[in-house]
Write a protein that binds this ligand. Structure first.
Ligand SMILES: Cc1cc2nc3c(=O)[nH]c(=O)nc-3n(C[C@H](O)[C@H](O)[C@H](O)COP(=O)(O)OP(=O)(O)OC[C@H]3O[C@@H](n4cnc5c(N)ncnc54)[C@H](O)[C@@H]3O)c2cc1C
Length: 435
């Protein structure tokens, strides 16, 4: 079993350049995932010359080449919650931001020349309990009239039409969502950025910056070495999501990195897999500790993901937990070979909302996809670039909202095993009550 993502078989992350080819740049973007690259593209498309993206790893080697490739844009909260936190106007705008992220991804996709297996086959949101199915019904009814036709409620008796399993109480089938090959997508964004003149430098860790009269002096260090050097930047954007290290304490105090795990099965005949997940749709369930799964783009494997454990665990350990739940979902897969097991960091905020803003010294950040990030990070990068360009109307929605610090926390999520056990208990209890 390999411990690298299945996606890397076809699109392993590549190194960019080793050093910036200049001592100064207009904008320095830290993080070469969807957020950072999308920001760089928007800046370059707006005519900003001299954008440099740096990453400590290879291009997209963070969550952007490790995820499930399932496109969705539902936030982890509703309008009432957003209104309670930010007031009716901001709350409504934040919901709009989430709604905008999927159309924006499709718009950006049209500008990319490299293929990345984008299919709008739909997403099955499967209900853990009858109460969850009711909530999904309400969610569908609350959609704007023109979108409601794209959301089909599947009752429990008919779940077999979308999934060959008996474990769910029904589902909401969203015809307007789909999936991608995540590693090809991040590579396609990088190539688009390069074509627009953006320089992408990898293997360089950003260590911080000092502010001067005309911008910042950023300190960079080769990730594998000790030598540091400086780069002058007019503006800096931190797009590091779940990979903020000790060098970024301000973000570390506000973001919770949670490892999410995935496995890929060995290939099986297409027809057999088509029976399990007809139409190769993406599937996600409604539990607190949720599972998500789909078939590989060629339709022959199951790619199954979730939070197998809340303590750091090896790929071998997480594969055991994921396999057990996969076999519970699809008993016919019992004993199937697992070829890949891997993990990556998902980034959560205390309030479950994505945030774009500036730290005390004026450095921009875009952070926290809260587990739902392909379309949202692509869009957040774009919105962060709009904020940096100071475009009229940028100060709305997720831009410049209060980004709460987490009490008694400095980046080491000691509380996750406790919170995880509580959520796991709730998932079991609600299902028991629903029997
Ligand atoms: C296993 C898994 C499954 C997921 N499944 C889905 C899914 O199916 N659908 C979905 O919508 N979302 C999913 N997500 C979430 C999604 O992958 C992320 O939200 C998205 O990739 C975040 O992109 P990003 O560019 O913000 O961050 P990342 O891609 O994580 O990039 C951040 C980069 O910052 C770099 N960095 C950090 N600190 C520094 C520094 N000091 N100097 C230089 N570089 C630095 C890191 O090396 C990293 O490359 C999943 C995530 C994981 C881990």
């Amino acid at each position: 079993m390999k411990t690298t993502p299945y996606w890397w078989e076809e699109a392993e992350p590549q190194h960019g350049e080793r050093r910036p080819d200049r001592d100064a740049c207009d904008t320095l973007v830290v993080g070469a995932g969807y957020t950072g690259l999308s920001a760089a593209i928007t800046l370059a498309e707006a005519g900003v010359d001299n954008v440099v993206v740096v990453d400590a790893r290879r291009v997209g080697e963070g969550a952007s080449s490790r995820n499930g490739g399932q496109l969705g844009n539902a936030p982890k909260f509703d309008l009432a919650y957003a209104t309670r936190l930010f007031g009716p106007e901001r709350g409504g705008e934040i919901m709009e931001d989430y709604a905008q992220s999927m159309p924006f991804l499709l718009e950006r996709a049209r500008t990319l020349t490299d293929p990345f297996d984008l299919t709008m086959n739909g997403t099955v949101i499967s209900a853990h309990t009858r109460a969850d199915l009711d909530r999904l019904r309400q969610e569908r009814d609350a959609l704007p009239a023109e979108q409601r036709g794209n959301a089909e409620l599947i009752p429990e008796q008919a779940i077999g039409t979308v999934l060959k399993t008996r474990i769910y109480r029904g589902a909401l089938l969203r015809h307007d969502q789909g999936s991608i090959h995540p590693a090809k997508y991040v590579a396609a964004l990088a190539n688009r950025a390069r074509a627009l003149g953006v320089q992408i430098v990898t293997g360089l860790r950003y260590l911080g910056a000092t502010q001067g009269a005309d911008g910042y002096t950023a300190i960079l260090r080769e990730d594998a070495g000790t030598e540091t050097f400086s780069l002058h930047a007019g503006r800096i954007l931190l797009a590091v999501n779940g990979y903020a290290g000790p060098e970024l304490p301000w973000l570390r105090q506000r973001t919770i990195p949670i490892q999410s795990y995935m496995i890929a099965t060995e290939p099986r005949p297409f027809a057999e897999m088509e029976e399990l997940i007809p139409g190769n749709r993406a599937v996600i369930d409604t539990k607190h500790i949720l599972y998500y799964f789909r078939r590989s783009p060629d339709g022959t494997r199951i790619l199954f993901g979730g939070r197998a454990r809340f303590r750091t665990s090896t790929e071998a350990e997480s594969a055991v937990g994921l396999r057990a739940f996969m076999e519970h979902t699809f008993p016919s897969l019992k004993g199937i070979g697992i070829t890949h097991s891997w993990s990556g960091n998902v980034c959560f905020a205390r309030d479950f909302v994505s945030h774009i803003g500036r730290t005390g010294d004026g450095i921009y950040y875009s952070s926290c996809c809260n587990g739902n990030g392909i379309s949202m990070s692509t869009y957040l990068g774009h919105r962060a670039a709009q904020a940096m360009l100071d475009l009229p109307g940028h100060d709305r929605g997720v831009v410049n909202t209060h980004f709460p610090r987490i009490p008694l926390y400095n980046g080491h999520p000691w509380f996750l095993p406790i919170v995880g056990s509580w959520y796991r208990f709730q998932d079991k209890y609600t299902r028991w009550r629903d029997r």
